[in-house]
Structure formats: C-alpha cells, structure tokens
Write a protein that binds this ligand. Structure first.
Ligand code: ADP
Length: 165
C-alpha cells in the first residue's frame, strides 16, 4: 500500500523552513500532498492560487515534483486528507509554542479521523527560527527576507508589496 502524507499549511509565503519539512517528509512517504489552506486571513499576502504557484516553482526547482501533489483546501484538514487518500499528517515543530498548539490540533484531528496518524518533524537548526508571518512583517517594513525564503519567493514578495502600496 502506498504511504500518502498530507502537509497542510498556509504557506504565505513558502519559506526555507517549509522546504526543510517537505524534504524530510519525502524520506517517509511514497507520495506527499501539500495542502494550501484557503481560509480567509486579513493579514495574508498572497491568494491561495498565488501561494500554490510559488510552492510549485520551489518544488520543481528541487526536482521533487514526481512525488508531490499540490492542492488547495478550504474545509477541515481531515476532510481534505480523506479526499486525497492520505492517512499521515505531516507537521513541523519549531518550539514549545508549536508543540502545545500541534498537540491540541493532533488530538482534535485524530478524534475526528481515527485512522489518521500525525507525524511531527523537528525543524532543522538552520531554519528553526523562520516563520512565514515574520517574513511578511519584515518584508512590509522593507527588510531583507532573502535569508529566509528561496530567491524567486523573495522577488514575488517584493512585487506583491509594491503592487499593494
Ligand atoms: P507559519 O507557521 O510559518 O506561518 P504555516 O502555517 O504555513 O506557517 O505552517 C505550516 C506547517 O509548517 C506547521 O506545521 C509549521 O509548524 C511548519 N513550519 C513552518 N515554518 C517552519 C520552520 N521554520 N521549520 C519547521 N516547520 C515549520
């Protein structure tokens, strides 16, 4: 049986931290579905389809597209997982804030979908500090985000901020 993983997130924008988790997850599953949550967020930068196409370009740049499916979803993660035949949920852990939140979410999700296994992957030390929300804030304030995201993402973020102002 194929092991299908589902990695949900907002990916607004995709960061080097997300790419690290994707890379690690690919060592565990046969196929990885990356789910871009399309829930509305006031502080968001990119639309779900823009986030998806940035993800696509990063995944292709790493040559992993054969093992990965990219989708958007706007309901419950457990429903999206079922729709895509995935029983393994992948989440990244950076610190105790992530841990507390993720443990609660894992409890809720595995109660709703008992056949789901949640796998927590520890962030690599080199990207552990990276959060998409901080990347957005730094970019809006004119800071350099190139240490935190792939080059094409930094270019897209700059263009989006310029377009908004
Ligand atoms: P963020 O929390 O950065 O705004 P997301 O909501 O898109 O980003 O997070 C999706 C998943 O990716 C979560 O499991 C989160 O813990 C994980 N993640 C985000 N950034 C990192 C990172 N730097 N290292 C490891 N995991 C991360």
């Amino acid at each position: 049986m194929q092991r299908v993983g589902f990695y949900p997130g907002s990916f607004d924008p995709i960061t080097n931290g997300h790419l690290d988790i994707i890379h690690r997850a690919l060592a565990l599953v046969d196929r990885l579905v990356i789910g871009v949550g399309a829930h509305h967020s006031k502080s968001g930068l990119f639309s779900p389809s823009e986030r998806l196409s940035l993800l696509k370009s990063c995944v292709e740049a790493e040559g992993n597209q054969g093992q990965i499916d990219l989708v958007t979803f706007d309901g419950l993660v457990v429903d999206a997982m079922r729709d895509h035949g995935a029983r393994i949920m992948i989440r990244g852990l950076r610190d105790t804030t992530d841990y507390n939140y993720e443990m609660q979410m894992a409890g809720m999700n595995t109660t709703m979908a008992e056949d789901t296994q949640v796998v927590f992957l520890p962030a690599s030390p080199s990207v552990r500090h990276i959060a998409a929300s901080l990347v957005r804030q730094i970019a809006v304030l004119g800071g350099d985000i190139t240490p935190f995201v792939p080059g094409n993402v930094a270019v897209a973020v700059a263009a989006k901020i310029k377009e908004r102002t």
